[in-house]
Design a protein around this ligand. Structure first.
Ligand code: FMN
Ligand code: SF4
Length: 645
C-alpha cells in the first residue's frame, strides 16, 4: 500500500475523475506570446508539470476580456483565435494521463498596465492598494459584458478540450473587488453592506458560466477564504456565502487566502507560515457545503497533505510552488523516495516576485529547469569531460549535480569541513531553516549522482598542474569585507558569520554594521535572543526591499522587536563601550555598545582565476565568486556552466 493512501485515492466530480487528490493550482507564468496566445514555452512548461501526474492541473490566469489583462502576454480566452493554442495545453496534459482546468480571470483594477493607460475597470473608482492608481467604475453595461465574457471563455475552454474551468474570485482581482467592502462602494444592486449582498456579480458570473458549459462540466470557484487585510471580509462571512456559490453552480470551492496588499504576501506564504497553515479555513468552508473543497498554502511535502485529507479538512490539496521546485515530487512519494523530494523553500525569489517585479518569466530559485524547459539539456553530453568544481555552496553544488547528471566526471572541492557555503550561516536566523534543509538535500543528491567530493581540500596550483582537469567551474564564493575604520581591530569587533555560527557569543548592546540581507538577518537572530540591537547602513534606503515578502517580514519583525535601524549612517570609529557614527554630515556617539558585528557584505573570492589562466585550463566563474548575489543567481549560473561544458 502507498505511504499516502488518502493522497493517492481517486475521486469523481461530475463527469471528471481525478486519479489522485493533488491539484496543481493556477500559476501565471509570463511565458505567453505577446498577443496572449500560447507559446512553445507554455506548452513545454506544462508538459513537464503534467509528467509529475497531479490529479488536476489548473492552468494560469487566462483573460476573459481585453479590459482585464494584467500583462499583454497573459494568456487569453476572449476570442476564438486563442482556442488552437489552448488546445495544445489540454493535449499535453491529457497525453500524460492528467486532467486540466482553465482558470478564467479578469484583473479589474489590479493591472498596472491598464491603470497606466487609464483603462482599468473596477466596481468603484477606488485606487488600487498596490498600484495607487484609480480605475474607472464599471457601468451596468460593463458588468453585463464581463459576465457574458466569463461564460464565453468557459465555453472556449470546453471547446479546447479542457475538463473543467475555475473562476478566479480570489486574491484581489475583479471578482474579489466586488466581494470586498474596501473596493466595492456601489449603491446599486451590485454593492451592499454584507458580503452576501456584494456577491451578486460573482453569483451571476457562476450562473452564466454554468449556463454556457452545461450541467455536467465541473466548475470550480477560487476564493480567498478571508481577505486578510484590515477592513477585509472574514472567514465567517465567507462561510455564510459558500452555500450561495454552490447554489449558483459551483462544483468545487478552492479555498485560497489573501488579497493584493495583504501584509507579507500571505497568498504565496513565506516560511513564517507552516505548511498547510490555511487548511483550517478550508475546513471551515467545507463545514458549510457538500461540494469538494481544495486546500492550499505552502504544502511542500505529501505527508502534510495526507494529514489534512485524513482529518477530513479538505478533499483535494493544491501544491503550487512545490510543482515549480520539483514537478516529480508526487512520483517520488509514490515510489517511496520522499527523501529525494526537493522541497520549495517559500523564498518567492524565482517565481512570484520575479514576475511581479518585472524581472522575467516564471522560474524557481532552486530548480534551474523550471521556466527553462525548452533549453534544459536532457543529456547525456556528447563528450563527457573531467570537470573540477571548486566550492561547495549553492552554485558549486548545482554545477556538480547538473554536470554529473549530464554524464561528466565530476570532482567537487571544498576547503571547509562541510558543504553548503554561505547557506551554512544563512540557515541559522529565524525561519531560515528551510534553506538548510535544501542545502542538505542538494549535498545528498550530489553524493547520489556519484560526484567525487573532497572536503578540506583547497585547490592549489600544484594540484591543477598535476591533474589538469578539462574544465574548472569556480564557485569559490565570496570573502568578508572589513571596512577600514578606526578601532576595527578591537577585541569586541566580530562579524555576522562568527555570531551566527556560535563561534562568538553575542553580548547585550550590539551594533550591526551593514543593512543588507546578512546584516538584517543577523539583527533578527540577535533580537530573537533579546539583545539590544542598533543597525547602521550607509545607504539612505534599506537594500532589503519591503516589497519582497522576505524583506517585508524582516522589517516587520525588527520593528516589533525594537531594533533601531539607522539608514544613511556610516560607522566612523569603534571605541571601548561606544561607537562613533556619521549621519547627514554630523558625527555622534552611540553608547552603550559592547559588541560590534560586521555584516558589510562579501567581495568575490577569485584568486584561482589567474592560476587557471596561466595554466591554460578553461574555466567559468559562477555565483558569489563572480559577484555576491542571491541563491537564484548562484543556482542559475551553476547550472548554466554545467550545461555549457
Ligand atoms: C508564480 C506564481 C503565479 C501565480 N499565479 C496565480 C494565478 O494565475 N492564479 C491564482 O489563482 N493564483 C496564482 N498564484 C497562487 C498559487 O495558485 C497558490 O495559491 C500559491 O502559490 C500558494 O500555494 P503554494 O504555497 O502551494 O505555492 C500564483 C503563485 C505563484 C507562485
Ligand atoms: S522560487 Fe522559491 S518560492 Fe518559488 S518555487 Fe522556487 S523555492 Fe519555491
Amino acid at each position: 500500500m502507498s505511504d499516502y493512501p488518502f493522497l493517492f485515492s481517486p475521486t469523481t466530480i461530475k463527469n471528471l475523475t481525478l486519479a489522485n487528490r493533488v491539484v496543481m493550482p493556477p500559476m501565471g507564468t509570463n511565458l505567453g506570446n505577446d498577443d496572449g496566445t500560447v507559446s512553445p514555452a507554455n506548452v513545454a512548461y506544462l508538459k513537464r508539470r503534467a509528467k509529475g501526474r497531479p490529479g488536476l492541473i489548473i492552468t494560469e490566469i487566462t483573460a476573459v476580456h481585453p479590459s482585464g489583462i494584467v500583462t499583454p502576454n497573459q494568456l487569453g480566452a476572449y476570442d476564438d483565435r486563442f482556442i488552437p493554442g489552448l488546445k495544445l495545453l489540454a493535449d499535453v496534459v491529457h497525453q500524460a494521463g492528467g486532467k486540466i482546468a482553465m482558470q478564467i480571470h479578469h484583473a479589474g483594477r489590479e493591472s498596472v498596465f491598464l491603470l497606466s493607460e487609464g483603462k482599468a475597470l473596477a466596481p468603484s473608482a477606488v485606487p488600487s492598494i498596490v498600484y495607487r492608481r484609480t480605475p474607472k467604475e464599471m457601468t451596468r453595461e460593463d458588468i453585463q459584458e464581463i459576465i457574458t465574457a466569463f461564460g464565453a471563455a468557459a465555453a472556449r475552454a470546453r471547446e479546447a478540450g479542457y475538463d473543467a474551468v475555475e473562476i478566479h474570485a480570489a486574491h484581489g482581482y475583479l471578482l474579489t473587488q466586488f466581494l470586498s467592502a474596501l473596493s466595492n462602494r456601489r449603491t446599486d444592486e451590485y454593492g451592499g453592506v454584507t458580503l452576501k449582498e456584494r456577491a451578486r456579480f460573482v453569483l451571476e458570473v457562476i450562473a452564466e458560466v454554468r449556463r454556457r458549459v452545461g450541467p455536467d462540466f465541473p466548475v470550480s470557484i477560487r476564493v480567498s477564504a478571508e481577505e486578510h487585510i484590515r477592513g477585509g471580509y472574514t472567514i465567517e462571512e465567507m462561510q455564510d456565502l459558500a452555500p450561495d456559490l454552490v447554489r449558483a453552480g459551483a462544483d468545487i470551492i478552492h479555498a485560497s487566502i489573501g488579497t493584493h496588499g495583504s501584509p507579507g504576501a500571505i497568498t504565496q506564504a513565506t516560511p513564517e507560515y507552516a505548511p498547510g497553515f490555511n487548511a483550517p479555513l478550508a475546513r471551515k468552508i467545507k463545514e458549510k457545503v457538500s461540494v469538494p473543497v481544495i486546500a492550499v498554502g505552502r504544502f511542500n511535502h505529501p505527508e502534510q497533505a495526507e494529514a489534512v485529507l485524513a482529518r477530513g479538512d479538505a478533499d483535494l490539496i493544491a501544491f503550487g510552488r512545490q510543482f515549480l521546485a520539483d514537478p516529480d515530487f508526487l512520483i517520488k512519494a509514490k515510489e517511496g523516495r520522499s527523501a529525494d523530494i526537493r522541497r520549495c523553500i517559500a523564498c518567492n525569489q524565482g517565481c512570484i516576485e520575479r514576475e511581479m517585479l518585472g524581472e522575467g518569466n516564471i522560474r524557481c530559485s532552486i530548480n534551474p529547469e523550471t521556466g527553462q524547459e525548452l533549453i534544459y539539456p536532457q543529456g547525456p553530453a556528447a563528450e563527457p569531460k573531467s570537470v573540477w568544481i571548486v566550492g561547495g555552496g549553492p552554485a558549486g553544488l548545482t554545477a556538480a549535480y547538473e554536470a554529473a547528471r549530464l554524464g561528466h566526471r565530476v570532482t567537487l572541492f571544498e576547503q571547509e569541513t562541510e558543504l553548503g557555503g554561505q547557506i551554512r550561516f544563512a540557515r541559522i536566523p529565524p525561519y531560515k531553516g528551510v534553506y538548510g534543509e535544501w542545502i542538505e538535500w542538494q549535498a545528498e543528491q550530489v553524493r547520489k549522482a556519484k560526484v567525487e567530493i573532497r572536503l578540506q581540500t583547497p585547490v592549489t596550483r600544484a594540484l591543477l598542474e598535476t591533474h589538469r582537469p578539462q574544465k574548472v567551474i569556480l564557485a569559490t564564493g565570496g570573502e568578508k569585507i572589513i571596512p577600514a575604520v578606526e578601532g576595527i581591530n578591537l577585541p569586541h569587533v566580530t562579524d555576522a558569520w562568527q555570531i551566527l555560527s556560535g563561534a562568538v557569543a553575542p553580548k547585550d548592546h550590539i551594533l550591526v554594521v551593514g543593512g543588507g540581507l546578512i546584516g538584517m538577518e543577523t539583527a533578527d537572530f540577535l533580537t530573537e535572543r533579546k539583545k539590544e540591537v542598533t543597525l547602521v547602513e550607509m545607504l539612505e534606503r534599506s537594500p532589503v526591499r519591503k516589497i519582497t515578502s522576505h524583506g517585508f517580514m524582516l522589517h516587520q519583525r525588527l520593528q516589533e522587536k525594537n531594533c533601531r535601524l539607522l539608514f544613511g549612517t556610516t560607522l566612523r570609529a569603534v571605541r571601548e563601550g561606544s561607537v562613533e557614527i556619521e549621519r547627514q554630515g554630523e558625527r555622534q556617539s552611540l553608547a552603550p555598545i559592547d559588541q560590534v558585528v560586521l555584516a558589510v557584505g562579501l567581495k568575490p573570492r577569485n584568486a584561482l582565476q589567474a592560476v587557471l589562466t596561466e595554466l591554460n585550463i578553461p574555466f567559468t566563474v559562477v555565483g558569489d565568486a563572480r559577484q555576491p548575489r542571491r541563491i537564484f543567481e548562484a543556482v542559475e549560473e551553476g547550472a548554466q556552466a554545467a550545461w555549457e561544458l
